[in-house]
Write a protein that binds this ligand. Structure first.
Ligand SMILES: Cc1cc2nc3c(=O)[nH]c(=O)nc-3n(C[C@H](O)[C@H](O)[C@H](O)COP(=O)(O)OP(=O)(O)OC[C@H]3O[C@@H](n4cnc5c(N)ncnc54)[C@H](O)[C@@H]3O)c2cc1C
Length: 508
C-alpha cells in the first residue's frame, strides 16, 4: 500500500486498492492471502456463487509434482503449493488427505514411460519410490494383473476442491475482503497520463464501475478475454479442453488409492481415484471444445474413460455409476512470441511491463488446484517487486472455523448437537446424512449458500445414489424460508435455473 499504517486513506465507497476478478480456487487463495494486509480489496465473480468453474469439476488431486515439465513455473509452484496443503487444511477446516499417489505402468512397454516419470520426479525434487508390479498388486489388489511397476509419490493427496475454495473465500471475507457475486468484469478504466505506460484505474462491470490501483486477473477460462481488454498477450487464446468423469457409489465399489496411468502428450491420462468422500471417480479424457460453457457429458466420452480405466482396474462395475460430470481446462495452444513461456506447458503469472496495474494470470490448468496457494504467494511477491509496500493487519485471523458435519460425529456428539439445536436431528439428505442444521448454517455463512448447488458444494448433500431426488424439495423449502423468498424464485445455480415452474396445489 502507498499509505503508512496509522494514516489509512479514506477511499470513496467503490474505490479499492485491489480488485480480484474470478472466484475459483486461484481467486480464493489470492483473496485469502492478500486479506492479511491493510488493503481494501474487492473480489468479483460473474456466477451466482464462488467455485463454479474449473475448480468445481476436476480430479481433486493435490499433485506431488513429478508429472510437470522440470524448469517451468508450473513445476516450481506445484511443489511449493503441495507443501502448503496440510497447514491450509488445518487452518481452514476442509478435507485433505496426504494419502500418496501411484503412477502405474501396465506391461513391459510402459517401463520407458515410467522411467521418464522418475526422471521428472528427480529433476523437480519430488520424493518418490519405485515399486515392482508385485508390490503394487499387494498394495492395491484390484489393479490390473498386467501391472509391471509404479512410481509412488508419498506427498500426493486428495482434497475437497469445493471445500477448499469456499473455506479460503470465507476466510478472506471474514478478514475484510468484499465479495460481489453475480458481477461480471466487462472492461478496464484507464487513467489518462500520456507520459507513462497506461495505468489501470478500475473496472467496468455489469453492476457498475469500481476503481482500484491493481486488478488481478484470475478469470480462468476467460482469462484471455480479460487480458486482451488490457491489450496484453493478444496472441494468448484459450482453447477449452473438456474432461469427463463418472462417480461410483461407495457402497457398491471402493478403492483406497489414487491410480494414474502413464501420461499422454496432452494429459495425465484417465485415472481411477478415491476421493475424500470415499467415492471412486474415473476420468478425465481430454477433448478440445469450441465453447467455454460446453461441460456436456457425451456417450462417446464416457466410453473412452471407461475403456481407459479398465486398463488400470479391470473389475470396475458400470452398475456402481451414480453420477457423471465434466470440467473444462483453460489451456492454450497458441504459439508464443515469448521464448520464456510455452503456453502449452506453463502458467502465465506476471505483471506486464506495457501497462501498469494488472497482475495477469493465465493458462492455470492442472496442477492449478495444487499450485493455487503458491500462486497466491507469487502474486504477493510480484506486487512487492512492483513497489507495493504491504503492511500486515495486526488482527488478521488465518483460521476459518469448521462447522459441525453430522455424519462425521460420534453418536454421543450427535446427541449433544441435537440437544442444543433440534434442527440437527432432522436428516434432509438421507444418502449422505446431511441435516437441516447444517443446511441452515450454510445459508447464513459468511459466503452464504443461496442456491441448491451452493448448499451441495458446502455440505455434500445430493451426491449419493438418489442424486438429490429426496432432498431437493426440502432444500427449496428451507432456502425460501431462511431467505424470505417465494419457493418459485429458488434456483439450482443462479440465473435462469429455477427449480419450480409453478404452484400445482394450493395450501389451505
Ligand atoms: C478436468 C480437469 C481436471 C483437473 N484435475 C486437477 C487435479 O487433479 N489437480 C490439480 O491440481 N488441478 C487440476 N485441474 C486444474 C484445476 O482445476 C484448475 O487449474 C483450477 O481449478 C483453476 O482455478 P481458477 O481459479 O484459475 O479457475 P476457475 O475455477 O475456472 O475460476 C475462474 C473464475 O472466474 C470467473 N470469471 C470468468 N470470467 C469472469 C468475468 N468476466 N467476471 C467475473 N468473473 C469471471 C469464472 O466464473 C470462474 O468462477 C483440473 C482441471 C480440469 C478441468
Amino acid at each position: 500500500m502507498h499509505e503508512t499504517p496509522g494514516s489509512p486513506r479514506e477511499p470513496a465507497p467503490s474505490t479499492y486498492d485491489i480488485i480480484i476478478v474470478g472466484a475459483g480456487i486461484v481467486g480464493a487463495m489470492v483473496a485469502r492471502y492478500l486479506s492479511r494486509y491493510q488493503l481494501k480489496i474487492l473480489w468479483i465473480e460473474k456466477e451466482a456463487d464462488i467455485c463454479m468453474g474449473a475448480s468445481a469439476a476436476n480430479s481433486a488431486i493435490v499433485h506431488g509434482g513429478y508429472a510437470v515439465e522440470p524448469g517451468t513455473l508450473k513445476a516450481e509452484l506445484n511443489v511449493r503449493g503441495n507443501a502448503m496443503w496440510d497447514q491450509l487444511a488445518e487452518e481452514l477446516h476442509f478435507s485433505f488427505e496426504r494419502c500418496g499417489t501411484y503412477a502405474v505402468a501396465i506391461g513391459s512397454e510402459e517401463q520407458e514411460a515410467l522411467r521418464a516419470e522418475e526422471a521428472r520426479a528427480r529433476a523437480n525434487g519430488v520424493p518418490y519410490q519405485l515399486i515392482s508390479g508385485e508390490e503394487m498388486r499387494r498394495r492395491e489388489p484390484q489393479i490390473s494383473p498386467e501391472t509391471s511397476g509404479a512410481l509412488f509419490c508419498p506427498v500426493g493427496g486428495v482434497c475437497d476442491p469445493w471445500g477448499a475454495t469456499i473455506a479460503a473465500g470465507e476466510n478472506a471475507v471474514t478478514n475484510g475482503v468484499t465479495l460481489k457475486r453475480s458481477t461480471a468484469f466487462l472492461d478496464f478504466i484507464w487513467e489518462a497520463d500520456t507520459n507513462k505506460p497506461p495505468q489501470i484505474a478500475g473496472i467496468v462491470t455489469d453492476r457498475g464501475e469500481f476503481r482500484a490501483r491493481w486488478v488481478i486477473n484470475a478469470a480462468g477460462l476467460y482469462a484471455d478475454e480479460v487480458m486482451h481488454r488490457a491489450g496484453v498477450r493478444e496472441e494468448f487464446t484459450i482453447t477449452p479442453r473438456r474432461g469427463e468423469y463418472v462417480v461410483l457409489d461407495r457402497n457398491h465399489f471402493q478403492l483406497d488409492n489414487v491410480l494414474f496411468p502413464m501420461p499422454s502428450r496432452i494429459s495425465k491420462g484417465i485415472l481411477v481415484t478415491t476421493t475424500v468422500h470415499g467415492n471412486t471417480i474415473v476420468g478425465p479424457n481430454a477433448e478440445e471444445v469450441g465453447d467455454r460453457e460446453d461441460a456436456a457429458v457425451t456417450t462417446q466420452g464416457l466410453e473412452e474413460i471407461w475403456e481407459g480405466a479398465l486398463k488400470l482396474v479391470p473389475n470396475l462395475d458400470r452398475h456402481a455409476i451414480i453420477a457423471v460430470f465434466a470440467g473444462l481446462r483453460p489451456g492454450s495452444n497458441a504459439p508464443t512470441p515469448d521464448p520464456k513461456i510455452d503456453y502449452h506447458k506453463d502458467f502465465v503469472i506476471e505483471i506486464p511491463e506495457s501497462i501498469r496495474g494488472l497482475v495477469n494470470l493465465g493458462g492455470i490448468e492442472s496442477p492449478g488446484l495444487t499450485a493455487a496457494p503458491a500462486i497466491a504467494l507469487r502474486v504477493i511477491e510480484l506486487l512487492k517487486q512492483a513497489g507495493e509496500v504491504l503492511y500486515e493487519k495486526p488482527n488478521w485471523n488465518p483460521i476459518r472455523p469448521g462447522r459441525p458435519v453430522f455424519r462425521h460425529l460420534s453418536h454421543a456428539e450427535q446427541a449433544e448437537l441435537v440437544r442444543k439445536d433440534s434442527r440437527y436431528g432432522r436428516v434432509i439428505c438421507r444418502c449422505e446424512a446431511v441435516t437441516e442444521g447444517e443446511i441452515v448454517a450454510e445459508i447464513h455463512a459468511p459466503v452464504p449458500a443461496d442456491t441448491y448447488d451452493a448448499i451441495k458444494r458446502r455440505t455434500w448433500l445430493g451426491t449419493g445414489r438418489c442424486q438429490g431426488a429426496f432432498d431437493m424439495p426440502r432444500v427449496v423449502e428451507l432456502l425460501a424460508q431462511e431467505l424470505g423468498l417465494n419457493p418459485l424464485e429458488i434456483t439450482k445455480r443462479g440465473g435462469p435455473s429455477k427449480l419450480l415452474a409453478r404452484r400445482t396445489k394450493m395450501r389451505d
